[in-house]
Design a protein around this ligand. Sequence first.
Ligand code: BGC
Length: 711
Amino acid sequence: MDKNKLLELLRKMTLREKFGQLTQITGEPFIGRADDDMVETGPGYPPDMLEPDTLYTVGSVIGVSSAKMTNRIQSEYLKRSRLKIPLLFMHDAIHGYKTIFPIPLALSCTWDERILEKAAEVTATELRASGIHVNFSPMVDLVRDARWGRVMEAFGEDHLLSGHLGRAMIRGYQKRSDGKIGPAGVAACVKHFAAYGAAVAGKDYNTVDMSMREFYDYYGKPYEIALQEKPKFVMSSFNTFNGVPVTASEAMLRQILRGTYRFDDLVISDWGAVSELQNHRVARDGKEAAELALTAGVDIEMVSTLYLAHFEAIVAEHPELLDDVDAAVLKILQLKNELGLFENPYVDEEAESAVILSPESLEAAREAARRSCVLLKNDHQTLPIGKQHRSILIVGPFSNTRELLGNWACKGSFDDVPTLAEGLKQVDDSLQVNVYDTLDDCPGDVLEQCDYIIAAVGERWDLSGEGHSSVHIGLEDSQQQLIRQVKRLNKPYACVFFSGRPLALQDIIDDIPALLWCWYPGTQAGVAIAELLTGQETPSGKLTMSFPRYSAQTPIYYNEYSTGRPANASSYSSRYQDCEIGPLFAFGHGLTYTGTEYANFRQSSDRITAEQGITFSFDIHNPSGYDYPEIVILYIEDLVSKAARPTREMKKYRVVPVPARQTVHVELTISLDDLQYLDANLQRTVEPGEFRVYINDLAKPVFAFVYEDAV
Ligand code: BGC
């Protein structure tokens, strides 16, 4: 359809039909509750008022899956709707649809945009094959507090990395970079605008209060970067921001999102968030809530249906909103048109199964899973399991489980997931593998015989994710005891951890000689981990979120400001009296089996100017037999500035393929723009002065340079 036809269609629409397009409902009115092909991701909203004349005007449906079901709903809808405008189907496939990739926090530990883009591409292909058009992903909320259950959906504590990884996923979902949707692509939705990850005390849905300087330079940055990839949607967040719920905030949605960040596509509310304006106590009733959200710039209301209930009164009082309504409806029609829905609103039910869980997708999931794991500790090269060890005992609550997908695993099935033991047998069938939940269950002769033990422990998948904030983020006592019991057996052992967030392990870390952090790896879990444990591949991931020593050490992040009393041995310094200084494992930490060394550090100049950046170069030598991706991170330290600054800031990162037994030359260039920051008056500035540069190791600067004002 060309634009004129779409405009003609718009002209034919009644006001109710227009507000219908601005309304998203669950599949419940069409298929009833508790169907396998329908998920609900929030509290139910009784669709009372959806009489047929209203129901058959809605523009989109959330949470329904499978080609059969989307076709069924679409066809019933089209039969009964007056203008026959096809429905959009939207879903949350945040780390895969049926082929499940590692949770986003794990994916971020690859630091590899290619891996995230591929994961998104596979997800889009599977979604489209099931009749789904819009994916509520990526979430680019900056996170610093592991008590927040949703850190599993984030890309960690660095704003630049979060933004670029989010961009890569948008590219993968939409399969183009120009704001259009490529073949078998889906529309991406960046969420949750804004600063949802800064909820006070890590408590979900909680208040957010921060300076605009903090917002623009940190919490806002990931959205700013991700929006450059032109996602079709932005989801507004549940939280208040500096006193106003974002769902009702013109300042956030119109001035910052549409104004400063120049987003010009569709804003959708979060689940029920329009109605929740009443709970926030900024709206007296549903009508006022709808009015506030519409005025603030929320185009589509998710599930609470107040737009449809109150549109007549709202429009009567605010005729000026009609232009916005028309503009939003036109964008929705354009998207439907771009997706080809007016010509063919259905999907091929026969073709769906060939696309889902294809060998190519599984291979991509396996690579992503392998690359997401982070080797946090490896005393005396306890890992990989040496060739002399043939009898392996796996013990612990994760020893024999398929529940390794992580939360928000969409339509992923545990049945598709190889356990750790199956993975080990698959990658090396000469291994004898025994599996028990506890050591007490393990018969004496098995214990006697085994020559290597893996303790498979962690936090259950359903203890992180939305609505799963925790005050304790450690390892439960029984699992700590298990590790100590294993230690007393005096056999070589390593720990494999699963979790959706960093855990606080100060009390047990000394009893763990080798620690492989696997997060939740997805459909290929067991095999990918086995490849690392047996040394067929080396771990290569690096942390994107600091690990606190104790739960109460959160929030903790690498780019803290300096203080007047930087932490040191004195108690009159900025530290906790009962905790060592710094995280247990820092942002950027991650070991390999390779023994890689860096050498020949050089810099093109010791002065930076507006015209000329500085190139820092060095060689990476890999003496091992592994071809692997080395993650290189460059940080700068601005020694003196007028406003307080972080002591270290990541400015560049690169994933460098390093072939076995070779040396690779790396060059990273920074320009003056990289040194900019917002001063106390919110002006972008670069100040003359001295800077230090760190490569990977935050303790030891390897370069220094100055910027002198051009006078
Ligand atoms: C979450 C969103 C999600 C939406 C729809 C909400 O509860 O905050 O991230 O996209 O539900 O499932």
